[in-house]
Ligand binder design. Structure first.
Ligand code: ARG
Length: 464
């Protein structure tokens, strides 16, 4: 069957070949093959159950559709541009296989509700996969956190040394972000999982169909209440892209940190051979290509979100061909998000090794314990703002002498303020500084243990 046969007899001429290609979506909506077959089987069964076609015909349609699935798996089903899109391609093949019976499948249905159904089924599956990808990365980060529940790392604000942290606490911040990503996806999933099928072209249909029957077969939780909304709504895709843009933001931030940490200047981590690449010119180099690519790919997903918002903003009700543009954007957003999550999981699982010596010497060689000197004075009854000024003088004195706080003699401390006693040395040791952050959600080791336990329980991950 050729394209022109899909149109009614009012057409006398075939399409301009360029227009035919321009109009076609088969090159990319072939992605929806499984879902299109699933949707058609549900539709055929419903037509049978409602007596619109005989149950024998419904069963034969189902066999025909399964045959096409098998043909596709073996590479035998190769639709071309003359089929225009996946919906026509499958219908054409069904008619080839079943003859006139194949022509009954499209009763009470339009490609408009069909494509919306396919997209939702496809995205629902991908959301479930992405949830698993997110969980894998959370587990990898949790395992790394368990390993480093006693390791210290400098904490930064403005990328200036701020206060020392427990490394597990730093890593668990990403586990939290990914946890919110999973919550968001679950929320989006609820609005992906609504059936537009049976809304037909825009107005519903006079054929006595049962929309709830197909919705139930396909596992949708409910049906769209308004047929116009059903065939023209792409909110679900936009919401998904917003959620995946945030996933990419989180991955990109982690990627950026890893890239910094792997630099000679930081040297907090080394990259294993399995996940780093070399330079074609400079033999000494080991490049963090994986996190750089993840960081670089974020723009694609943000761009697809923009593209979809722009595509929608001027559309009158109901279906418009503009909507065909949703597909490549959505497919690429999904693929990019999935592959970035997988790459990042592999990097965390086997691509990074922290350098504890470097981390220890980093936290011991700065003034990131200055706030704790102020807290020390506060504990001795000095008002915080006053203590803050005093510590400013302490830091200034140390800088002038070219030494760290721990190298000041007790006399030097006491010259600045009489409240200083010799317990000050223990109080400003980085390990003590970290341990002292006992507020809920803080970096104190005990608080971090609580967070580790929480995530271990939630993710069902075993303690290393
Ligand atoms: N290929 C089309 C799309 O992706 C399918 C729906 C076409 N409907 C129509 N009335 N032309 O949006």
């Amino acid at each position: 069957m050729v394209l022109s046969e899909a149109w009614s007899d009012r057409f006398e001429e075939g399409l301009n070949p360029f227009v035919e290609r321009f109009n076609a979506s088969i090159e990319f909506d072939i992605y929806l093959l499984q879902e299109d077959i699933d949707g058609s089987i549900a539709h055929a069964r419903m037509l049978g159950a409602c007596g619109v076609i005989s149950s024998e015909d419904a069963a034969r349609l189902e066999v025909g559709l399964e045959t096409i699935r098998t043909e596709a798996a073996s590479g035998q089903f190769q639709p071309g541009v003359e089929d225009e899109d996946i919906h026509f391609a499958i219908e054409h093949r069904l008619i080839d296989l079943l003859g006139p019976l194949g022509k009954k499948l499209h009763t009470g249905r339009s490609r408009n509700d069909q494509v919306g159904t396919d997209m939702r089924l496809w995205l629902r599956r991908r959301i479930d996969e992405i949830d698993k990808d997110l969980e894998r990365l959370q587990k990898a980060l949790l395992t790394m956190s368990e390993k480093h529940s006693n390791t210290l790392i400098p904490g930064y604000t403005h990328l200036q040394r701020a206060q020392p942290l427990c490394l597990a606490h730093h890593l668990l911040a990403y586990v939290e972000m990914l946890g919110r990503d999973r919550e968001r996806l679950l929320d989006v999933r609820a609005r992906v999982n609504i059936s537009p099928l049976g809304s037909a072209a825009l107005a519903g249909t006079s054929v006595l169909i049962d929309r709830r029957h197909t919705a139930e077969t396909l596992g949708f939780s409910r049906i769209y209440a308004n047929s116009l909304d059903a065939v023209s709504d792409r909110d679900f895709a936009i919401e998904f892209m917003a959620a995946s843009s945030l996933i990419m933001v989180h991955l990109s931030r982690l990627a950026e940190e890893i890239i910094l940490w792997a630099s000679e200047e930081f040297s907090f981590v080394s990259l294993t051979d399995r996940c780093a690449t070399g330079s074609s010119l400079m033999p000494q180099k080991k490049n963090p290509d994986v996190p750089e690519l993840v960081r670089g790919k974020t723009g694609r997903v943000f761009g697809h979100l923009q593209a979809l918002l722009t595509m929608m903003k001027g559309l009158p009700l109901a279906y418009n061909k503009d909507l065909q543009e949703d597909k490549e954007a959505l497919f690429d957003a999904v693929n990019t998000t999935k592959s970035s999550l997988q790459a990042m999981s592999i990097l965390i699982e086997e691509g990074l090794e922290f350098c504890p010596d470097r981390l220890t010497s980093a936290v011991e060689s700065d003034f990131s314990n200055a706030t704790d000197v102020a807290d020390y004075l506060v504990a001795k009854g000095v008002p915080f703002r006053e203590a803050y000024q005093i510590v400013g003088r302490v830091v200034k004195t140390s800088l002038a002498k070219g030494i760290l706080l721990r190298d000041l003699t007790l006399e030097q401390w006491q010259e600045i303020h009489s409240a200083f006693a010799d317990d000050i040395y223990q109080k400003i040791a980085p390990r003590h500084v970290v341990a002292a952050k006992v507020s809920e959600g803080g970096t104190g080791f005990e608080r971090v243990q609580e967070q580790l336990q929480y995530w271990r329980k939630l993710l069902g991950a075993s303690k290393e």
